[in-house]
Design a protein around this ligand. Structure first.
Ligand code: NAI
Length: 464
């Protein structure tokens, strides 16, 4: 089949490459000329494991091409995907649909013959109606259907998720469009449940799924706080509840709060839509507020471990992206934590396997170094913020020897506390007991706290 994909970001590029790999002929278009030039030169504009090989293979086979001309891509396509960004609208948190509607207008101008226009972008319930209205108004004679086909792939595992999803949701009441979409996804049919729904339901499935996953994370984080106060272990509690099949073990890892390009903005958009429709989602509102507070409290956890002030201290940071195996920094907890540390007068030195370029653009004040051991050099404290596999097997004694202090705040519970203690770290995880600081380090911290109190702003104690 001939497929056009508008928007060559994480979703559009992965979808385009995967559809091509399934045998379709795919034209990916983006208004960002630099992005297209880079792809044409064989350079990936984003980091996603194995994406470069997949793209190269399908370009070489003549099934995948890139361009900037939407009309040209749309003209011959049987299926046209809109996969552009839907960020939070500045000021009110609603999803900003300007890019989606701009695509709809461009598509309207180029439609020839019957085509299925599919919103793959995450959009609020009712957006498909509006896209349909735009197309109908601009091209009353055109023959088309508007379908919702939300995407559930996870960055870092996007290709596997696209090719073997838990389900494919297709929202349309149009029989012809249903047949076209079934044909498109036929190569995946054997191993995947294809769920046909109404268009509005499909739009809501995506938001409801993200809100539910966020809720699980928010819940386990709250339990982690409780464990810390109750001298219990979040590992045991999460394991104990996760074995219940009604709950399930996934998304029960306590941490610094969720971030990323989807959860925070999708939850806000759901909250706004629900309020507009007169059916406010109180639970989701609470999850969103608790998560924002948590990210802010996480910086304080480190500051307190450093004796109440980080002014003039060097804080080494391991991991910047919102999760491993991506270069995506959007809404990463590292942004909130590092901004607070910088505001409190710390020097921040950081390493991330893929995210340093994006991080530097967002926080020019941080110093990026080439490896974890350079992060530790002379650092008063370390903060492990993203659970990259590469950090699992760090040589802890080597890290510790390079440091001036002994604090290791492990926001992902990646390092075994016993191993950290053995290497001489004062290890502070999430939802579990901290290992005690070495007596010498305790003294140094008290001195640093006194210094901080003299030259810096004293910090109120908070139960971080
Ligand atoms: P992105 O920001 O990585 O890419 C969007 C692309 O669209 C950019 O390259 C931009 O230049 C292009 N674009 C914007 N307006 C355009 C226009 N009028 N014409 C042509 N190109 C245009 O976005 P990402 O992360 O791929 O997300 C796309 C959509 O998919 C969003 O609605 C997002 O919520 C949703 N989604 C994202 C997932 C993710 O893991 N990133 C997962 C599932 C859904």
């Amino acid at each position: 089949m001939q497929v056009a994909i508008i928007g060559v970001g994480y979703v559009g590029l992965v979808s385009g490459a995967c559809f091509a790999d399934l045998g379709h002929t795919v034209r990916c278009v983006d208004r960002d000329e630099g992005r297209i030039a880079s792809l044409r030169a064989g350079r990936m504009p984003i980091y996603e494991p194995h994406l470069d090989t997949l793209v190269a293979r399908n370009v070489a086979a003549g099934r995948l091409g890139f361009g900037t001309d939407i009309a040209e891509a749309v003209r011959d396509a049987e299926v046209i995907f809109i996969a552009v960004g839907t960020p939070a609208r500045r000021g009110d948190g609603h999803a900003d649909l300007a890019h989606v509607y701009a695509c709809a207008r461009e598509i309207a101008g180029a439609l020839q013959g019957y085509a299925v226009v599919v919103t793959k972008s995450t959009v609020p319930v009712g957006t498909g109606d509006r896209v349909e209205h735009i197309l109908q108004t601009l091209r009353p004679q055109a023959s088309f259907a508007v379908v919702s086909n939300p995407e559930f792939l996870r960055e870092g595992a996007a290709i596997a998720d696209f090719k073997a999803p838990d389900r494919i949701v297709i929202g349309t009441d149009d029989e012809r469009a249903r047949a076209v979409m079934r044909n498109l996804y036929r190569p995946l049919e054997a191993g995947t449940r294809i769920l046909f729904t109404g268009r509005r339901s499909a739009e809501l499935v995506k938001y409801a799924a993200n809100a539910f996953l966020a809720l699980k994370i928010g819940f386990i984080n709250e339990m982690a706080d409780l464990c810390e106060q109750a001298d219990a272990s979040i590992h045991d509690v999460a394991h104990g509840i996760g074995l219940d099949r009604r709950i399930g073990a996934r998304f029960l890892q306590a941490g610094p709060g969720f971030g990323g390009s989807c959860f925070p903005k999708d939850i806000q958009a759901l909250i706004k839509s629900a309020q507009d429709l007169g059916a406010p989602t109180r639970i989701v509102e609470t999850v969103a507020a608790a998560n924002e507070q948590r990210k802010r409290r996480m910086a304080r956890r480190l500051i307190q471990a450093c004796g109440g002030s980080v002014r003039g201290l060097t804080i080494g940071v391991l991991g910047l992206t919102f999760k491993p195996n991506t270069d995506d920094m959007r809404e990463s907890p590292a942004l909130t934590i590092l901004t607070a540390l910088l505001d409190e007068g710390a020097d921040v030195r950081a390493y991330d396997p893929e995210g340093m370029e994006q991080a530097r653009a967002l926080m020019p004040e941080i110093t990026c170094v080439p490896d974890p051991y350079a992060v530790a050099e002379g650092a008063d404290a370390l903060a492990l913020i993203t659970e990259w596999d590469a950090f699992r097997a760090l040589d802890l004694p080597r890290l510790r020897r390079r440091m001036a202090g002994d604090v290791l705040v492990d926001y992902r519970n990646l390092i075994a506390p016993e191993a950290a203690a053995e290497a001489g770290f004062h290890h502070i995880g999430v939802g579990c007991r901290a290992t005690p600081p070495a007596p010498r380090a305790r003294l140094a911290r008290a001195r640093s706290a006194r210094r901080g109190a003299r030259i810096g702003t004293p910090l109120a104690a908070s139960p971080a």
